[in-house]
Design a protein around this ligand. Structure first.
Ligand SMILES: Cc1cc2nc3c(=O)[nH]c(=O)nc-3n(C[C@H](O)[C@H](O)[C@H](O)COP(=O)(O)O)c2cc1C
Length: 216
């Protein structure tokens, strides 16, 4: 029983819970970088489709503002997720770190990041990713794999080649979204399914957080 109690302490959240969650989120994300994961910044984001049904897919979290409680990701704004977000700028995001039995759940509204932010992120992308962004009308059908590769080759040619040539500008429809968090839940797995959960919510970005512990 003592071992059981000790194992719970190892992995539980502080009691009482902190007034806001972002010191923990920062530490968990930093520790995730050291776990040997291929994509420690990956998160599954869900949007609301035209038919009212949810749509989920993985994207990379690129930039987390732990002061404001917001995070960014980058995509084609004409993609299905982009269309969903322009109609209903609401999103949820889920990070799951299997190795350490931790989950971070986020709900918030989205806003477009500004041109300078999107340009800065674009500039740091590998050339091939930049070319692929021009070649792919993301989420649209394509006749065949060969047709897609033809589009990639044509885009590379347009900019002077895959390896080098002229700089590849950012397409106007490609850029960032900022999720302004209003609800965040942390989950940690523990022995005997005595998992620990806590949820922080706020009415607006300037309002204080309310926090509660949840049954697992
Ligand atoms: C690990 C991983 C990371 C990804 N990161 C991104 C990303 O940062 N931005 C993006 O547009 N798509 C990313 N994708 C592809 C998306 O999951 C998705 O296929 C694409 O954005 C189209 O989604 P949509 O049709 O729902 O808009 C990633 C996929 C995986 C598996």
């Amino acid at each position: 029983m003592e071992d059981f109690e000790a194992s719970l302490d190892d992995n539980s959240l502080a009691d009482p819970l902190p007034a806001h969650p972002f010191d923990i989120v920062r530490r968990w994300r930093e520790e995730a970088q050291g776990l040997g994961l291929n994509n420690p910044d990956a998160m599954v984001v869900s949007t609301i489709g035209e038919d009212g049904a949810p749509r989920s897919r993985t994207v990379l979290c690129r930039g987390f503002d732990y002061e404001r409680g917001s995070l960014n990701f980058y995509t084609n704004r004409q993609s299905e997720k982009g269309r969903n977000l322009s109609a209903r700028p609401e999103i949820s995001a889920c990070f799951y770190f299997d190795k350490v039995a931790r989950q971070i759940l986020v709900v918030g509204s989205v806003e477009l990041t500004d041109e300078a932010d999107s340009d800065a992120y674009w500039a740091g992308r590998p050339r091939l990713s930049q070319i692929a962004a021009w070649a792919s009308a993301q989420s649209e059908p394509v006749a065949s794999r060969a047709a897609l590769l033809d589009k990639l080759r044509a885009a590379a040619e347009q900019f002077g080649g895959m390896e080098g040539g002229q700089p590849v500008p950012r397409p106007a429809h490609w850029g960032g979204y900022r999720i302004v968090i209003r609800r965040l839940e942390l989950w940690v797995g523990a022995a005997g399914r005595a998992h620990d959960r806590a949820r922080w919510t706020r009415q607006s970005p300037d309002a204080p957080w309310e926090v509660m512990r949840l049954q697992p």
